[in-house]
Design a protein around this ligand. Sequence first.
Ligand SMILES: CC(C)(COP(=O)(O)OP(=O)(O)OC[C@H]1O[C@@H](n2cnc3c(N)ncnc32)[C@H](O)[C@@H]1OP(=O)(O)O)[C@@H](O)C(=O)NCCC(=O)NCCS
Length: 163
Amino acid sequence: MIAVRPARPGEEFVIEDVIRRSILASYAHFLPKKVFRRIMDADRPGVEARENGPDFAIAELDGTPAGAMLLTGDYVDHLWTHPDFMGRGVGSALLAHAEARAAQAGHPRLTLNCFERNKQALAFYHARGYATERTYTASEDIVAGERVCFMAKQIDPDPAASR
Ligand SMILES: CC(C)(COP(=O)(O)OP(=O)(O)OC[C@H]1O[C@@H](n2cnc3c(N)ncnc32)[C@H](O)[C@@H]1OP(=O)(O)O)[C@@H](O)C(=O)NCCC(=O)NCCS
């Protein structure tokens, strides 16, 4: 059974572990080595977990933390499934949770960025109703030069939401 809940105080290490292992199982295979090395040298998993930990949602699969997601407004900032649990519905549950929360807050759509090279994730998002609105070249130092797809999906905002 998959349950999505807010991260608890002190769970930064859980989030960091999910991000690190998910990156190693994915980005390591499709990003140029130098870009991947810059991400790891900058300790992005640790930095993201420490800076944003309390705002993450965690998905538990049968009681074990299996994925992590960060929603900022109508933007999915992070979505990671631990590789031991990929393909078992964790990413879908976290994305559905993000859509429900964004709708409750009155947003008419959900947005996210995905590397163009990340074919598995692009297919995952397409299958769940997300379309690429534009592609652009990243300028942020650490991933400079990488092509990024900005994706969006229309959702039904809760009419009762006060925005
Ligand atoms: C993309 C990702 C979040 C999907 O989460 P998940 O828990 O594996 O996904 P689910 O089990 O809910 O759904 C499985 C679907 O994802 C696809 N998928 C994408 N990457 C996969 C992977 N590495 N392993 C298994 N399935 C994967 C499957 O093909 C399947 O598609 P379908 O149901 O449309 O046929 C996850 O694979 C992941 O963390 N990838 C690495 C990090 C990443 O790319 N994050 C997104 C950054 S924009």
